[in-house]
Write a protein that binds this ligand. Structure first.
Ligand code: NAD
Ligand code: DAU
Length: 352
């Protein structure tokens, strides 16, 4: 038994690979293109571990994927690979179309070919699990109920539109070809190995570097935060017992306005690593131009996965955010390594 994971050197993918091999001995073939967001250092703990086979490559390379499937004969594919940063999708949508739409399509084609040729029992047991986002549902007003799986798709950024397109393609492979697919739509993750272009790691990094903590617009946009390891456990549950063809929303019931998240981070840092001048990191908060088309509020109704699969998150925001700050304080070398020259150019372009 083996599974093929794509994008397993990124933030969520690497947490998933590490957690999977922590709780099971089933090997993983990890296919990742190692874009700026992919980092083999995340997987350093698996160096020399024969249960983990890393392959650098593109999900859009049908020939490569077909060869890997043929060679390793996985019982499931879990697709994390994507361009994932909304701001980058606004500055340059092309790669989002390429990987998230064309890449997913080509991956599906390779998987369909492999699955078609499997013996009867293996065909039934096979699963293609597509990891998606709550952003496909668009934005909520303050009083609207949280997104259920029935909520209509209303993506507002090139990123979320490309993820929505990939969800539709996955769905079509079930209805047209019978490929046994599962889709998860998750809210905002945070935790170890989160690339410091996203709000939480960016704020921790900038705070310690004495830089501005940029808040888009009025900072009252709401996100629903989930500790990454809880997302990984949800994916394991869905892969094991999810009903074929179903979609599962995954979230932490942790709605927070951005400004509150940043103030919480500042307060924890004030406690854990006080500024030399004795003042609060909150003094570094700076309001900047808003993100174009900025979604005002996301909230996930996670009752289906709870009811059907008995999954619920282990961390509250309060426990998860403290673990996260501690991880970053203990792993400053990792942060230094990922904040390379290319990263600094991007930050300059984004916040100019
Ligand atoms: P990430 O940007 O940290 O990692 C993406 C990984 O995919 C990287 O390792 C990158 O090298 C790899 N990759 C990119 N293009 C590729 C290609 N063409 N072929 C192979 N590998 C490629 O992203 P993440 O935050 O870990 O998100 C993983 C998945 O989860 C994405 O599909 C994202 O849409 C989804 N998701 C993310 C969040 C979140 O809060 N981060 C929430 C819900 C869903
Ligand atoms: O909801 C799930 C999504 O969460 C995932 O699908 C995406 O891959 C992931 O990147 C994340 O998207 P967001 O746009 O919500 O995450 P980000 O960390 O970029 O921003 C979180 C909020 O903070 C958002 O409202 C924008 C705001 N923000 C972000 C940055 C980087 C700021 O105010 N300042 C910043 O500098």
């Amino acid at each position: 038994m083996t599974i093929l994971v794509t994008g397993g050197a990124g933030f969520i993918g690497s947490n998933f690979v590490l957690d999977w091999l922590d709780v099971s001995d089933e090997p993983i073939i990890n296919l990742d293109l190692l874009t700026y967001a992919g980092n083999r250092q995340n997987l350093a703990a698996l160096e020399g571990d024969s249960r983990h086979v890393f392959v650098r490559g593109d999900i859009g390379d049908t020939e490569l994927v077909a060869r890997l499937l043929e060679e390793h004969r996985p019982r499931a594919v879990v697709n994390f690979a994507a361009e994932s940063h909304v701001d980058r999708s606004i500055l340059g949508p092309e790669e989002f179309i390429q990987t998230n739409i064309v890449g997913t399509f080509r991956l599906l084609e390779a998987v369909r070919g492999y699955w078609n040729d499997l013996p009867e029992g293996d065909r039934e047991d096979f699963r293609f699990l597509h990891v998606s986002t709550d952003e496909v549902y668009g934005t909520l007003s303050p009083d609207e109920p949280a997104f259920t799986e029935q909520h209509r798709y209303e993506p507002n950024s090139p990123y979320s539109a490309s993820k929505a397109a990939s969800d539709h393609l996955v769905r079509s492979y079930l209805h047209t070809y019978g490929l046994p697919v599962l889709t998860t739509n998750c809210s905002n993750n945070y935790g170890p190995y989160h690339f410091p272009e996203k709000l939480i790691p960016l704020v921790i990094h900038n705070a310690l570097a004495g830089k501005a903590l940029p808040i888009y617009g009025d900072g009252q946009q709401v996100r629903d935060w989930l500790y990454v390891k809880d997302h990984c456990s949800a994916i394991r549950r869905v892969l094991q017992d999810g009903r074929t063809g179903e979609t599962y929303n995954v979230g932490g019931w942790n709605e927070k306005p951005n400004l509150e998240v940043v103030e919480t981070l500042c307060a924890i840092l004030d406690e854990r690593q006080p500024r030399e001048d004795g003042r609060s990191y909150a003094e570094q908060i700076t309001f900047v131009k808003d993100r174009p088309g900025h979604d005002r509020r996301y909230a996930i109704d996670a009752s289906k996965i709870e009811r059907e699969l008995g999954w619920c998150p282990e961390e509250t925001f309060e426990t998860g955010i403290r673990k996260t700050v501690d991880w970053y304080l203990d792993n400053q070398v990792w942060v230094e390594n990922v904040t390379s020259g290319a990263y600094r150019d991007w930050v300059e372009a984004q916040y100019a």
